[in-house]
Design a protein around this ligand. Structure first.
Ligand code: 9EZ
Length: 528
């Protein structure tokens, strides 16, 4: 997976809004649309596809990913990637993307509907009418005006819920570890620590991802801190409200009502919650509107076209490093990291210890996250590992036993924007490089300094010898001539007898280094 992926053919294997296919085709991608494929049919169809787009029905398992020899990207039209084996995709270097915001308004509106339904027991009243009853005493409700709504998670959905419920006169308080109190004040949510929120709320709605830190966010201990009769809503992910604790709280009256669109197991086998009179529920309908489906179909198509055209990377789930490769100022640094990785690997032949990566200069302060996968690509280039890219570089390096450690120092030499240093542990090899304009260049090799920076492009021949560079030059040039290889440029590092390195940019790689080896202490050749 590289910027400007060549996506010829994309398979859409779930029923998606027609605009998805149209957008892909309009950009010249050929589209195969086949829903309800059997596993065997899917394995056959995916074989020659460069991309796969799914909603939630297709299970993109490791065997599907491994059968897809040309697959570069999996697009999920919707939030979350529960039906995609992201780990297997990452290992194969396949980018996974989703459309995290396409469903937000539909999820927010369903949540508001749930709050109103809880307050007035509309679903229960409607069911009793259908049973032929006219029960006006049983369904005494409450007004929302003046009540307090606690919103846990203040991303797109949480804030849309807040704005809408404020128009009903609700006081909106909440918590989110990422959003600042100033940001949330802009949409009318006062943030408080969780322990202050529980006792204040008449209603609590959750809008967080499902993480270890949010699983059971409402549980026995937190229900106990709530007002008696608190009503709770989960239109986010099954498990954020602990189902066992919720049932206990409903039975004791500590919880006065619950609205559930999602469950830990879907459909839920245990019907105790769904059948409780104070529970209203839906079969995971948060995203089930024509508008959300159309938006997600459009968004995933646009994201994949942008990827194909190298324009942008939006919605990547496993492509943090790759995202950076789309910024023009980071591209040459990624090329530098890869090139230094290739040279270091060539010099050390085998790498037993780890590699120490040091970024120098404030412009590279957060660069480790994408430079390390790029170093990994370089280190693995000449190994048995094939198809190493920014998606799987780090994982494959770890699995090859290569430990890549990183540190950052804000100090850079005054005339440099930044420097990247690679050192192979337990060896004398240390490389220092930077970027000049948009060209990656080598400054230093094992403590010796190049008077003129060495552009890290094309085929480079590195050698050192005890003889002075000038006395050896005719011999090397003679050998190149004999092999019909042109010398494009020549460079050597500071003279410390027996230590200086010579670097030649040559027109093509030498077939053999045997003859040259007889004249030098050390020689390696790389093609970048
Ligand atoms: C956790 C969260 C919100 C929350 C939201 C997000 C990572 N994370 N955690 C506890 N995005 C409210 C309570």
């Amino acid at each position: 997976m590289a910027p400007a992926a060549t996506l010829r053919k994309v398979l859409i294997s779930d029923s998606l809004d027609p605009c998805c296919k149209q957008i892909l085709q309009a950009s010249g991608i050929s589209v195969l649309e086949k829903a309800n494929l059997s596993k065997e049919q899917l394995l056959a169809e995916i074989k020659d596809c460069d991309g796969l787009i799914v909603r939630s029905a297709t299970k993109v398992t490791a065997d599907v990913i491994n059968a897809a020899e040309k697959l570069q990207v999996i697009g999920r039209a919707g939030t979350g990637v529960d039906n995609v084996d992201v780990e297997a995709a990452t290992r194969r270097g396949v980018l996974v993307m989703n459309t995290p915001t396409g469903n937000s308004l539909s999820a927010a509106e369903l949540t508001c509907g749930m709050i109103m339904s809880l307050a007035r027991q509309i679903p229960q009243a409607a069911a009793s009418m259908k049973e032929g009853k006219w029960d006006r005493k049983k369904f005494m409700g409450m007004e929302l005006q003046g009540k307090t709504l606690g919103i846990l998670g203040l991303g797109r959905i949480g804030r849309e819920v807040a704005i809408r419920m404020q128009s009903f006169g609700m006081k909106t308080i909440g918590y989110d570890p990422i959003i600042t109190p100033k940001e949330s004040a802009a949409f009318g949510v006062e943030q408080l620590p969780l322990e202050k929120i529980w006792p204040l709320c008449d209603f609590i709605t959750v809008h967080t991802p499902l993480l270890p830190s949010t699983t059971g966010l409402l549980g026995d201990a937190t229900f106990a801190q709530c007002r008696r009769g608190v009503q709770v809503i989960n239109c986010a992910r099954g498990g954020i409200i602990d189902e066992g604790a919720l049932l206990r709280a409903l039975q004791s009256g500590q919880c006065g009502g619950a609205a559930l669109d999602v469950f830990t197991e879907e459909p839920p086998k245990d019907k105790a919650l769904v059948n409780h009179p104070n529970v209203i529920s839906c079969p995971h309908l948060g995203a089930s509107t024509r508008e959300a489906q159309s938006r997600c179909g459009r968004e995933i198509a646009v994201q994949i076209v942008d990827l194909a055209q190298g324009r942008a990377l939006v919605g990547a789930v496993n492509g943090q490093a790759l995202s950076s490769a789309y910024a023009s100022h980071t591209k040459p640094w990624i090329a530098l990291a890869r090139a230094l990785g290739i040279v270091l690997r060539a010099l050390t032949h085998q790498m037993n210890g780890g590699v120490q990566v040091v970024t120098h200069g404030s412009t590279l302060q957060r660069a480790g996250s994408y430079l390390i996968p790029a170093v990994a690509i370089g280190l693995l280039k000449e190994t048995a590992q094939k198809d190493v890219n920014l998606v799987n570089g780090l994982l494959l390096a770890q699995e090859a036993g290569l430990k890549i450690a990183t540190t950052h120092s804000d100090r850079a030499p005054s005339d440099e924007e930044g420097l990247l240093q690679l050192a192979a542990q337990d060896t004398p090899y240390v490389l220092v490089g930077s970027v000049q304009g948009s060209i990656p260049v080598l400054h230093e090799l094992s403590g010796t300094v190049f008077k003129q920076l060495v552009p890290l492009t094309g085929t480079l021949l590195f050698y050192r010898s005890k003889a002075s560079p000038t006395s050896l030059l005719p011999t090397v040039i003679g050998l190149l001539g004999k092999a019909k290889v042109e010398l494009l440029s020549y460079n050597h590092s500071s003279i410390v007898t027996g230590q200086e390195w010579n670097v030649m940019n040559i027109s093509s790689a030498l077939q053999s280094l045997q003859e040259l080896m007889q004249h030098v202490t050390e020689v390696v050749q790389v093609t970048l």
